[in-house]
Write a protein that binds this ligand. Structure first.
Ligand code: ZN
Length: 294
């Protein structure tokens, strides 16, 4: 029912609203990362590669299972839009919606980026977050959200008309096409809802609308991840810059981002293994034949 067109309330409206919520997905049975092991392994790690993401552009990077990757703010406040794929199978990709359902609207140290169905396993675990202190502000805002999608030229066209080519969606599409050799239109189909790195967002209390505000990120801040599987990543430096005012245009001040990949010493991850594919048998109630045809 459209807001502002409410029918008369039932006599027990207050009682219905007073029902206490329950958490949809309690996480006490969720497989937990061994952060102690990761921290010890990280202490042995050396940098093996880095890529700079230019303002209003995107770049791809690769992190093998067991490596760490760090996204850093360089010259000034800047938001990044992150896509992750299984390096060997682009159909296994980051599942923003389920990650949100499991961990909440924003993610930080100890929480994970989960992959799409039918895989549904950890792709990456956040091991370090220099913005962890931010918490949830008085507006309900926080950083590193999995509630936004990514700025894209289609929504821009819908709302304002025009042809803008440096939205995160287009930046990620170009970067993935360049990295894989896929035609642009095919690469575009693999671009998905992102982790909004450093972005400060929430929902307004009165209208429930998605909001953004100036990111608290400063040069030197970073978000670091442990790669649970072999990853191909794509990172866009959003044309919204710090996303304090607008995106999908060239008016905001933008800065580069840095991605660095670190490899732990041999043996540092003894006892750890790549997460198995999800344990559901995939038959959907139709018996073993369906499984083999999957
Ligand atoms: Zn963007």
């Amino acid at each position: 029912m459209p807001k502002g067109h409410r029918m008369t309330e039932p006599h027990d409206a207050a009682a219905r609203r007073a029902v206490a919520p329950v958490i949809c997905y309690p996480v006490d049975t969720l497989p937990q990362p061994d952060l102690t092991l990761y921290t010890a392994a990280r202490a042995t790690a050396v940098k093996v590669s880095e890529v700079k993401v230019e303002p209003r552009g995107a770049a791809c990077f690769r992190a093998n299972a067991g490596q760490f990757f760090r996204i850093s703010s360089l010259d000034g406040p800047q938001v990044g839009d992150l896509n992750l794929w299984n390096a060997a199978d682009l159909s296994e990709r980051f599942y923003s919606g389920k990650t949100r359902a499991l961990h909440g609207t924003h993610i930080t140290r100890g929480q994970r980026m989960w992959s799409s169905l039918p895989h549904l396993r950890p792709m990456a675990t956040i091991t370090s977050d220099t913005l962890e202190w931010y918490g949830i502000d008085g507006f309900g805002g926080s950083v590193h959200d999995v509630i936004g999608t990514r700025c894209d030229p289609y929504t821009g066209n819908l709302l304002a008309g025009g042809q803008y080519h440096h939205c995160c969606h287009s930046n990620l599409t170009r970067a993935l096409a360049d990295e894989t050799g896929l035609p642009l239109a095919e690469a575009e189909r693999h671009v998905h809802d992102v982790l909004n790195v450093f972005m400060c967002t929430g929902f307004t209390r009165d209208t429930g609308q998605y909001f953004m505000k100036a990111s608290p990120v400063r040069p030197g801040d970073y978000l670091e991840f442990f790669a649970e599987i072999d990853l191909l990543g794509g990172l866009s430096a959003c044309p919204g810059g710090d996303c304090s005012a607008q995106h999908s245009s060239d008016t905001a001040t933008c800065h580069p981002l840095l991605v660095e990949v670190f490899a732990p010493a041999p043996g540092a991850l003894d006892g750890w293994s790549v997460p198995a594919l999800n344990g559901y048998d995939g038959t959907h109630g139709r018996g073993p034949a369906a499984k083999s045809a999957r």
